[in-house]
Design a protein around this ligand. Sequence first.
Ligand code: NDP
Ligand code: MG
Length: 387
Amino acid sequence: MNSKKGIAILGSTGSIGTQALEVLESYPDYFDLQVLTAGKNADLLIEQALKYHPNSVVIGDETLYQKVKDALWSEDIHVYAGEQALCQVVESNEVHTVLTALVGYAGLKPTIHAIEAGKTIALANKETLVVAGELITKLAKEKGVNIYPVDSEHSAIFQCLVGEFQNPIEKIYLTASGGPFRGFTYEQLKSVSLAQALKHPNWSMGAKITIDSASLMNKGLEVIEAKWLFGLNTDQIDVIVHPQSIVHSLVQFEDGSMKAQMGLPDMKLPIQYALTFPQRLPTNFPRFNFMDYPQLTFEAPDRKVFKNLDLAFRVMDMHGTAACSLNAANEIAVDAFLNEKISFLEIAEINQAVVESATNVLTPSYEQYVQADEVAREKAREFIGKV
Ligand code: NDP
Ligand code: MG
């Protein structure tokens, strides 16, 4: 029997995926890489497959299947394409943990398959919990599956909770860097460019999450993610802007004590922790030096200027498919902004308009989530056509 932990990385060509591969490479005796998947980046997927020799690879875009197949013809690697294959590879007996590092709604279906097959989930794809948190957490409970957070804030909360699982949480504080537009007025945000929005001060990430960070939608999505991961109510979750990104988040317990998790901003640490929990494996990551950060500062987020954050809190209280609609609208709006079809502020306007026009289905089935997603995308496209 294989004593190493079999890992599937969904989205291996992305920012989280490539960093996860660096982590796996450091511990060849601990991990056994089973599956790599990409969306469209066939070249990088081929390069990764030749370097790491997984059991299987999946290219999401079926038109690229032949290219990947031809490049790997002499290797003992199974090559598949398309969404269905993505759902099937995670079910392999050799896979112990699935790292969900796809971006957006595309992560939902394979995550459901992985949970149904009893796989441990290392969850980077926060949209899965935003879209269908109720369904996912219920399913995970039924199947006895653990979901370990990769998102740095949620990993921080999780790390603070180790040894405290019997103690109720009074409140959590999710920290936010504030993004490139921290301190901007609404007036100033009217004229910000795509290039400015893509320049995150502390983290290097995929394009979608970078824009979400600039609009504080990312923090809004993380608030909803935290609700599902830790079973919290709206009034138990607060957001605090911390521009240095050293304190990754905090938990406050019922005796008033607070615990925080700190460190230099490097996603490899939360990725590794999610894959090795409860163990901490030694790393040579740079260590924090107090003298480099003589001051750690905190301030309130401006929810009037960054309307997405406020909207996420409101949506969280609506339950049902409201957050699914918000996520769908945001994916379409961010894509339009990345293609310079709308302005930065129009992202939040479209999100709000779609949420307000959507029918909120309470206690939805999987099919109702799918439908809410489709309707919201269509609405968002309509609004974009009008701006
Ligand atoms: P990237 O855009 O860098 O990577 C996304 C990955 O998903 C790529 O491998 C891409 O493939 C693949 N992909 C995208 N769409 C599809 C699809 N329809 N079907 C199959 N594969 C697809 O994103 P990030 O790595 O930045 O983010 C991944 C997730 O992790 C997001 O949910 C994000 O919110 C979360 N996260 C990211 C952090 C970060 O530091 N980057 C921090 C915390 C959370 P390809 O490129 O080949 O098309
Ligand atoms: Mg985060």
